[in-house]
Design a binder for this molecule. Sequence first.
Ligand code: GTP
Ligand code: MG
Length: 203
Amino acid sequence: MKVLNADFVTSAVRADGIPRDELPRMAFVGRSNVGKSSLINALARAKIARTSAAPGKTRLVNFYRLLVEGGRGGPGRWGLYFVDLPGYGYARGGSDAAHELALVSESYFSGDRDRAGGTLLLIDSRHPGLPADRDAARWLAGLSARPTIVATKIDKLTRGERVRNLRTLEDTFGMAALPVSAASGEGMDELWRTIASLTRNAA
Ligand code: GTP
Ligand code: MG
């Protein structure tokens, strides 16, 4: 599998700013600073998304278009959008995560539900089972967005923590989490296979 092209397309605030073509979409959802933008760059093998050590960097819904050759599903070219959604859990004042996520991402998830694609819910592997992440998973499930759980920054864990935290994630979310690291590249091939199975030839 090869990424032939990866480009920033647009930043949207509301539904009318969202691209309307038929390309499938892969949404990246997670707490602020969990590594959404970094993971997009690692998958794209290009610096298309802005990252920051300070949480709250991505405040809009950012769309990136990718053109890929081969991979799961055989040879041939296929395209998709990566959708970088604003991180929740950052705003001060204690509003609950599901509500924040609903506010900022509502137009994305309420728009054309029938479109092919999927949702990745990113969880910091150092902090499995936070209430904010459980709220987000519940909220997405309520929208039939059925998220795939991705455990980020796995490079930061010792072997023991890794085993323990992945088990906690599986217990919490009822499915195995896919461990990844944008820093080391671990899990990128497997995540691409998951993405292809959710989006490729499905439009
Ligand atoms: P917002 O846009 O604020 O919602 O954050 P985000 O989820 O897009 O996070 P971002 O990708 O900007 O990364 C936040 C911080 O985590 C940055 O300092 C990254 O360098 C760091 N980071 C992201 N992924 C990894 C990883 O896999 N390993 C390590 N060690 N650090 C990472
Ligand atoms: Mg970001």
